[in-house]
Design a protein around this ligand. Structure first.
Ligand code: ZDP
Length: 293
């Protein structure tokens, strides 16, 4: 690796990402999982909730391709806050000269629309696609086709869950008061629960009213985060199918709020802010050492 590795640091509601530009030239990193585990460390690396990689599309219908690697090295199918970060970066850094972009992900092509003030992108609206509640799509073990208000046992405790796929898996749990949930204790127990062969993201949802949800998230491969876009969408979908909310709601997360709408056409639309904080270079020596162990 002769050149320092340039990166961009962005976040959506405090769910922060290191973005690497592989549009102009391919990354020279063999082990992305090892790289993510090291660079996401907030003490030994740059620090983030994951790594986004912007790449040329493989499909003629897309303008860019996005990969998302969690801090534990696992690769996710889709990412809500992350795709907003990628859209802002692509627009402001001239990789895509359109306000409506089609982004290729492992969960399929997602359409995003940047909202600008002058040349700055201040928020992004994402068509997050059609959710699935089919157990086989989550995936989740068990007999019934759907897992809606279904009981699972976690450490001897019976918990009612609703499983939703936004391309990535989500396990939604309704609670009276999210502030009193031991997210750091329950989160990993559910993330790694045997019912979820690919693990799962976990959302604890307090229904404030039929159009206001308060959510805390334990993310697969990342732990507790300040926000999760796919998680906010899964929370709304689960609230609608269990009769707790209308199809349009404001989702309040610790890092801020997202507007989510499960439209009558079946698509889920999410809109929220995004910021680019800085860009920098990872130096050669750190990179060689990090990838050599
Ligand atoms: O599915 C997963 O493994 C998630 N941890 C990916 C990241 C999701 C994200 N936080 C989001 O906003 O959807 C980026």
């Amino acid at each position: 690796m002769e050149m320092p590795l340039h990166f961009y640091k962005l976040h959506g509601l405090g769910n922060d990402y290191i973005l690497l530009d592989a549009v102009k030239s391919p990354l020279q990193i063999e082990r992305l999982d090892e790289f993510a585990r090291k660079v996401c460390s907030r003490h030994f690396g740059v620090g983030s909730d994951g790594v986004l990689i912007a790449m040329p599309p493989t499909s003629g219908d897309a303008h860019l391709r996005m990969r998302i690697i969690n801090p534990d090295g696992s690769e996710a199918e889709m990412c809500g806050n992350g795709i907003r970060c990628l859209a802002k970066w692509a627009y402001e850094h001239g990789r895509v000269k359109r306000s409506v972009m089609h982004i290729e992900t492992l969960a399929g092509i997602r359409t995003v629309r940047v909202v600008t003030r002058g040349r700055s992108v201040i928020s992004v609206e994402v068509n997050m696609g059609i959710p699935s509640l089919k157990r086989s799509d989550i995936p989740m073990r068990g007999d019934k086709e759907f897992a809606i208000d279904e009981e699972i046992v976690v450490d001897g405790q019976v918990i009612k869950v609703t499983a939703v796929s936004m391309g990535n898996p989500h396990c939604v749990i309704f609670v009276e008061d999210v502030t009193s949930v031991p997210v750091d204790v329950l989160g990993p127990k559910i993330e790694f629960h045997p019912a979820f062969p690919n693990r799962t993201n976990v959302e604890f949802v307090q229904v404030i009213s039929s159009d206001r949800l308060k959510v805390r998230v334990w993310e697969r491969g990342a732990g507790a985060t300040l926000a999760c876009g796919t998680g906010a969408c899964a929370s709304l979908v689960a609230s609608v199918v269990t009769g707790r909310a209308k199809r349009k709601a404001t989702v309040y997360l610790p890092g801020g709020s997202l507007e989510v709408h499960w439209s009558e056409d079946g698509q889920v639309y999410m809109k929220g802010p995004v910021e680019e904080v800085f860009e920098g270079d990872i130096n050669d020596a750190w990179l060689s050492a990090a990838l050599s162990k």
